[in-house]
Design a protein around this ligand. Structure first.
Ligand code: ADP
Ligand code: TZD
Ligand code: MG
Length: 571
């Protein structure tokens, strides 16, 4: 045989196949994408290889889906986009994932380096790597086919190790058709071993934390979405129940323990934040969502903070932390649990009883409002029945965005299981709705109830076509109060334009889904709402319910109106 013949018989592989093989080797089997040059064939080949490739109508929504997938599974959710405009559309979601500490990888096709770097005007020319860098945890570019295995391994490890976050992976168009020897290609792939290694806290830090915890007269535990992400549900429950310490879940930590748990201080939030003397924070940043740990919210007394986090840089970010515990939540809590033995003294009854009383009073005060039958509904009437929907189906995933719609839903709807609530996260970003709903059911198989402000819904509304296309068990309820915060603002000039926060009156969002074969329902009373949602959740078919809400029911910015710059001069 001649050399030439030998070459002809050499088995080759290419970039397309190696990307697919590398992802599959690492158990990444679902891709959230929008096709186009240069990744159309990659998506096709992924699907042909048995991966699930879900195509979206806008990259931002595909990106939010990937971010949500990361939060729910502890594996990086993967979003794939075309170059420049597709890349930029996905970037908000990549930054959102990073901000929220969710592992995600955004793979974008890109134009040729030689042309981009000389700025010669290529198709969709953009220096994507440079733009992505400050907005994600890590950014890599793979130029050579032999490096695909290593590149994908690095991306996975960067996304999930330590504090999770978003990773950008740049794949120039030329990479994908590059060929190499099949066997060598196979060898170049990397199966990532122990992608998010345990991080054991120092014994010293555990002792310091326990000493402070024991000294507390009014202890409080705050659990955040990092705790939910860590899937340490059993350990967290044991810690809370063994110590008898009241706890406060942050929004997406609701359900780690059922919200109806006797130690939940949710309905006495102001009281516990003000009065606690020792606060154990688990997987939550003491950022704006906790009023930075200071000011009126936190009262006058001296407080000591114990903080469990995987990222040492988080410590002392807003207030001094008396006892930092650095490690993964599971290892940290296990280490603390070892110290909670028979000598542990339950918190003073005076403290726990005062919280219980407050909780009961507040819940009792709320009860009649949740039963009101106003037509059109107010937020309380509508949420009173939706609360039962989740109570009856604790495995359902609740997606939630809006302003008033968000705040009322968060405080009214009890969650019963971990990682069943997905919302706007650390940025309070509108637009996570449909992407999150899609990923939530795709990743878990569970049904989804999405409670959406009418403005919030608009940011990702076109994805209801995606929901119908894949026939997903998603029930979207649009809280239609005719605008941003409410629908009654007026244009002060009495000009032709309506006020800046107001939408078309009496719109019928339910009609949108009918265009794609889904079920649309229009309701204006709690009874109608309940039966429409029950039917949707029972059928598992794509449904959009337009819930007419009193257009004067909301308040400016919901519960965070104080964050609006206060005008000194009013004209
Ligand atoms: P929330 O918004 O619910 O208050 P944040 O997103 O502000 O929560 O905080 C989550 C925190 O959890 C981050 O500081 C992150 O570093 C931390 N974290 C995430 N995963 C883990 C883990 N496995 N172990 C320890 N800390 C974690
Ligand atoms: N754009 C993005 C991406 N995120 C945002 N948070 C906003 C704009 C500003 N914004 C809010 O903070 S809430 C909100 C906007 C536009 C919508 C509130 O209206 P809604 O909810 O209809 O969704 P309610 O129930 O009417 O308050
Ligand atoms: Mg609204």
């Amino acid at each position: 045989m001649t050399d030439a013949n030998e070459n002809e018989q050499e088995n080759l592989t290419d970039g397309f196949n190696l990307v697919i093989d590398a992802l599959k080797l690492n158990d990444i089997n679902t891709i959230y994408n929008v096709p186009g040059i240069p990744i159309t064939d990659l998506g096709r080949m992924m699907q042909a290889s048995g991966m699930r490739v879900l195509s979206f109508r806008h990259e931002q929504n595909a990106g939010y889906a990937a971010a949500t997938a990361g939060f729910l599974t502890k594996k990086p959710g993967v979003c794939m986009t075309v170059s420049a405009p597709g890349f930029l559309n996905g970037l908000t979601a990549l930054a959102h994932a990073t901000t929220n500490c969710f592992p995600m990888i955004m793979i974008s096709g890109s134009s040729e380096r030689e042309i981009v770097d000389l700025q010669q005007g290529d198709y969709e020319e953009m220096d994507q790597l440079a733009i992505a860098k400050p907005l994600c945890k890590a950014a890599y570019r793979i130029l050579n086919v032999e490096d695909i295995g290593i590149g994908i391994a690095r991306a996975i490890r960067a996304a999930v190790s330590g504090r999770p976050g978003g990773v950008y992976l740049d794949m120039p168009a030329k990479l994908l058709p590059q060929v190499m020897n099949d066997k060598e290609g196979g060898k170049s792939l990397v199966k990532v071993i122990d992608a998010a290694p345990k991080q054991i806290p120092s014994q010293e830090s555990i002792e310091r934390a326990c000493e402070i915890l024991r000294s507390a007269e009014k202890p409080l535990i705050i659990i955040g979405k990092g705790a939910a992400y860590s899937q340490s549900d059993v350990e967290i429950k044991e810690l809370i129940e063994k110590t008898g310490i009241p706890y406060l879940p942050m929004s997406m930590a609701k359900g780690i323990l059922p919200d109806v748990h006797p130690q939940s201080a949710s309905a006495a939030r102001s009281l516990v934040l003000k009065e606690a003397d020792v606060v154990l924070v688990i997987g939550a940043r003491i950022n704006w969502l906790l009023s930075h740990g200071k000011g009126k919210t936190w009262g006058e007394n001296d407080k000591k903070f114990i903080q469990i986090d995987i990222d040492p840089k988080e410590i002392d970010s807003n207030v001094p932390i008396a006892a930092p515990v650095i490690g993964d939540i599971q290892s940290c809590i296990n280490a603390i649990l070892e110290k909670i033995d028979h000598t542990w003294v339950q918190p003073p009854a005076e403290w726990t009883n005062s919280i219980r009383e407050k909780v009961e009073t507040n819940i009792a005060r709320m009860a009649p409002r949740l039963e009101n039958q106003n037509n059109p509904m107010d937020f309380h009437g509508a949420l009173g029945v939706l609360r039962d929907v989740i109570k009856e189906r604790p495995e359902a995933i609740l997606v939630n965005e809006g302003a008033n719609t968000l705040d009322f839903t968060r405080s009214i709807i009890d969650m019963y299981q971990p990682r069943k609530r997905i919302d706007v996260g650390t940025w309070g970003v509108m637009g996570i709705g449909m992407g999150s709903a899609i990923a939530a059911t795709v990743e878990t198989g569970n049904p989804v109830l999405a409670i959406e402000g009418d403005s919030a819904f608009g940011f990702s509304a076109m994805e209801i076509e995606t929901i119908c296309r894949y026939n997903l068990p998603v029930c979207v309820v649009v809280f239609n109060n005719g605008g941003i915060y409410r629908g009654i603002d007026v244009n002060p000039t009495e000009g032709e334009d309506v006020a800046t926060t107001v939408f078309v009156k009496d719109s019928r969002y339910d009609k949108l889904i009918e265009a794609f074969g889904g079920l649309g329902v229009n309701v204006s009373s709690p009874t109608e709402l309940k039966s429409a949602v029950d039917e949707a959740m029972n059928s598992g078919s794509p449904t959009l319910i337009n819930a007419a809400i009193d257009s004067s029911a909301g308040t400016e910015s919901g519960r965070i109106g104080n964050l609006n710059p206060q005008r000194q001069m009013k004209k």
